[in-house]
Design a protein around this ligand. Structure first.
Ligand code: NAD
Length: 522
């Protein structure tokens, strides 16, 4: 793998970092030093919030939410579209911040900013269409009319991880705002600057400050304090934490959407161009160095094409440029934290000790940066190894050979997770059959994850241990409202109340039911 390029110019300055972190709701003096993955050096000091700060932020958000909900769809749409334009105006700065905090390449940071802007535009424009009140069929025609209106849930808690801080925040916060809710968000330390810069664009566009508050701190103190206080909780993170949050939300009988882990499978059928397929597999597995919930960790390749595909994959990854440049010069970036490097090394050591073979990669690259690791493909992986079923969430993919489409689908489904899946084939028929059979919340044909990830009008989420609920699309907006059914007695026809009235109307009601059935009305 080719040599490093050092981090270079940035529009992001220490003054800007300090001004952004001033916006965290944190009354005490506790701070943590957040490093940048490109060098491991300190990037900035982040204040941490307390449980009381969370209480204060939620209380202020409650007040702000009343006015924000009353402002109506048209006003919120105007403000959110203005925020969208600001995101595009600040594109370069947001790219710098995302890279400095996450260690991603410029190209992979572009995916984040593009996604945040798309989500903002979509929700600004779709909220009224999805959430406006509507007439529904009346139970007794003429006697009643029925409408459903959607009432914003109130204050939404959003908990996001470090890996895609900007886009994952937008996917939960923006639809909540568009629906008329206020948000208190717990940002992970490693993504807080990106989130605060995103938020600032929205505040400048007209979102009230208290309607989107940001708190920081540990999951067990600040995360739990938030889960205990809000009217709905959006969580993105590991399955283990997701289960703990679901239990808490269940006890309080508040709703939750949980976007959790994955062990996503890519199926490479025998009709593909092996070189193109290898390039798709390399990106699908290692964009953001595999630290993306929907990226691939398992490749099932048809035996007939395995040799040229594997050769092309090894060549492609062997020629890839690793680096932390803030220009478009690196193909792959760094792991985000020292803990991530440790986890990747543990999984690799365990696999090698149990007999797996490295096809390509397999080495840390301290010459490029402290947490760089080569994109690594393993073969000979068996069920005793941790990489087989556990989510690594970084730098390692396992390659398995299969003899048929059915074998590949069965193997892909033999996982506790079901977040995303991918099929590479030239045959629309084989692709459709696989998409129907794969147990996943999204299936990408001839791509790893970007088709579904960028389709913000379509729901995104997981089945099995990958989560509950969906973000994006109408489903993503409907999370943030309670439907309220309003039925009005018209007075044209009175519903029976006394024995005599029931006796007179029992016959006509049976007749009415028969007529409705005959004309196929529900
Ligand atoms: P994590 O579960 O450890 O932490 C996620 C966030 O939850 C952090 O901000 C953390 O401080 C907070 N948290 C921890 N304990 C908490 C608690 N008891 N109550 C409330 N909040 C708490 O996950 P991570 O390691 O930071 O992120 C990686 C995981 O996230 C991977 O498993 C990955 O697959 C998953 N992920 C899923 C998606 C998705 O859309 N499905 C997207 C990105 C990441």
């Amino acid at each position: 793998m080719r040599a490093p390029t050092a981090p270079d110019r940035s529009m992001a300055t220490p003054e800007l970092f300090a001004s952004l972190t001033d916006d965290v709701v944190a009354s005490g003096s506790v701070t943590v030093t957040v490093p940048t993955p490109s060098t491991g050096e300190p990037l900035h000091e982040l204040p941490h919030s307390s449980a009381d700060d969370v209480g204060e932020a939620v209380a202020r958000a409650r007040l702000a939410q009343l006015a924000w909900a009353r402002a109506g769809f048209a006003e919120r749409r105007r403000i959110l579209l203005r925020a969208h334009d600001r995101l595009l105006d600040r594109n370069a700065l947001l790219l710098d911040l995302v890279q400095l905090e996450s260690g991603k390449t410029r190209g992979q940071a572009v995916e984040e900013v593009f996604e945040a802007a798309s989500v903002t535009r979509y929700n600004a424009l779709a909220a009224r269409r999805v959430l406006r009140g509507r007439s529904r069929r009346a139970g007794v025609p003429l006697a009643v009319t029925t409408r459903v209106r959607y009432r914003a849930k109130g204050v939404v808690g959003v908990i996001t991880p470090w890996n895609y801080a900007l886009s994952l925040a937008a996917m939960d916060v923006v639809p909540a705002l568009a629906a008329g809710c206020a948000v208190v968000q717990k940002a992970d330390d490693q993504g807080a600057l990106s989130i605060l810069a995103l938020r600032r664009a929205f505040i400048e566009a007209g979102v009230p400050e208290a309607a989107w508050a940001v708190v920081t701190g540990s999951g067990t103190v600040v995360g739990e304090a938030l889960t205990d206080r809000v009217d709905y909780i959006c969580f993105t993170g590991s399955t283990a934490t997701g289960r703990a949050i679901a239990e808490k939300a269940g006890r309080r009988l508040v709703g939750a959407s949980l976007e959790l882990g994955g062990k996503n499978a890519m199926i490479v059928l025998d009709d593909v161009d092996p070189v193109q397929a290898a390039a798709d597999a390399a990106y699908g597995c290692f964009s953001a160095m595999g630290q993306l919930c929907v990226s691939m960790e398992r490749i099932y390749v048809h035996r007939r094409i395995a040799a040229p595909f594997t050769r092309a994959l090894v060549e492609h990854l062997g020629a890839a440029r690793l680096g932390s440049s803030l220009e478009y010069t690196s193909d792959f970036g760094s792991l985000a934290t020292a803990a991530q490097l440790e986890r990747v090394e543990e999984h690799l050591d365990d696999a090698l000790a149990n007999g797996a073979t490295v096809l390509v990669g397999g080495r840390p690259r301290p010459d490029v940066g402290p947490w760089f690791f080569e994109p690594t493909v393993l073969t000979g992986v068996t069920s005793e190894m941790r990489v087989h079923a556990e989510e690594t969430f970084g730098a390692i993919a396992s390659l398995y050979l299969v003899d048929s489409d059915e074998e590949a689908i069965l193997a892909a489904n033999a996982s506790e997770y079901g977040l995303n899946a991918s099929v590479l084939t030239r045959s629309p028929r084989r692709a459709r059959r696989a998409a129907e059979a794969l147990e996943a919340g999204s299936v990408n044909i001839n791509e790893g994850y970007r088709g579904s990830f960028s389709s913000v009008d379509a729901p995104m989420g997981g089945v099995k241990a990958s989560g509950l609920g969906r973000r994006n699309g109408p489903e993503g907006l409907l999370r943030f409202v309670d439907p309220v059914t309003v039925s009005t007695s018209t007075g044209l026809l009175r519903l029976p109340r006394t024995a005599r009235e029931f006796s007179a109307l029992a016959g006509p009601f049976v007749l009415l039911a028969r007529v409705l059935r005959a004309i196929r009305r529900r």
